[in-house]
Design a protein around this ligand. Structure first.
Ligand code: PGA
Length: 255
């Protein structure tokens, strides 16, 4: 049985006081949830302050990126060890915005995944096709390339520690969601690929989240799909009310 996850990717939003206020509200509105695994990923600047608030809560803390080296002359970068030291348990890796604007590729994603796992963090590894790739019938080829690239050289033991997020780029921040069937189809494809690369047991254990314009109005039909194990939520994670509404649907779907 795969425990469902709802993770909020705040992206480059929220000053520190705003982040503290949002976490305060989230703690209150998510307090009674215990089936769904809850994660918030504020910007680096608020990891420390929010971490202190989340101690002993049912909400885990994640970062939005990391660098694979453990320390040294890498101006502007942050290591797994640093993230752990402020209480992070998760880290988003290879988000399409990082691939698009910051030159991340399969190789950097792979190094980041390895360093996150070695450091004891749970990577949330993002994969997904752009609109023109979908329209050209290349969705599976792109997703396969992202998965093979991210998993290169990972043992089954390492794979066990990560979460995959399928995020079609054309659905991110656009208001266009993949239909539940479209999402499920790609999730199933990823699961089959993991089976081929590893084995059936690992494939059935790996959690695969969907991301891309997830909101309270569309979450129910998505979570009904058998291969969806939760969500990576951007825009709707910036308000306690909408993030809690999404988490509630997922919590209810487990009972
Ligand atoms: P969105 O972002 O929910 O705003 O579409 C999702 C993501 O980029 O993780």
């Amino acid at each position: 049985m795969r425990r469902k996850v709802v993770a909020g990717n705040w992206k480059m939003n929220m000053t520190d006081p705003e982040a503290v206020e949002l976490v305060k509200q989230l703690k209150e509105s998510l307090r009674s949830f215990n089936e769904v695994e809850l994660v918030v990923c504020p910007p680096f600047t608020s990891l420390y302050s929010t971490s202190k608030m989340l101690t002993d809560s049912n909400i885990g803390l994640g970062a939005q990126n990391l660098f694979w080296e453990s320390s040294g002359a890498y101006t502007g970068e942050v290591s797994a060890e640093m993230l752990l030291s402020v209480g992070c348990k998760y880290v988003i890796i290879g988000h399409s915005e990082r691939r698009q604007y910051f030159g991340e590729d399969n190789q950097s994603v792979n190094r980041k995944v390895k360093s996150a796992i070695a450091g004891g963090l749970t990577p949330i590894v993002c994969v997904g096709e752009r609109l023109e790739q979908r329209e050209a019938g290349k969705t599976e080829a792109v997703v396969e390339d992202h998965i093979r690239g991210a998993f290169e050289g990972l043992s089954g033991e390492q794979l066990r520690k990560l979460i995959v997020a399928y995020e079609p780029v054309w659905a991110i921040g656009t208001g266009k969601t993949a239909t539940p069937e479209q999402a499920n189809e790609v999730h199933l494809f990823i699961r089959e690929l993991i089976k081929e690369l590893y084995d059936a047991d690992l494939s059935s254990r790996t959690r695969i989240l969907y991301g891309g314009s997830v909101k309270p109005e569309n979450v129910r039909s998505l979570i009904e799909q058998p291969e969806l194990d939760g969500f990576l939520v951007g825009g709707a994670s910036l308000k306690a009310e909408s993030f809690a509404a999404i988490a509630r649907e997922v919590e209810n779907s487990t009972t």
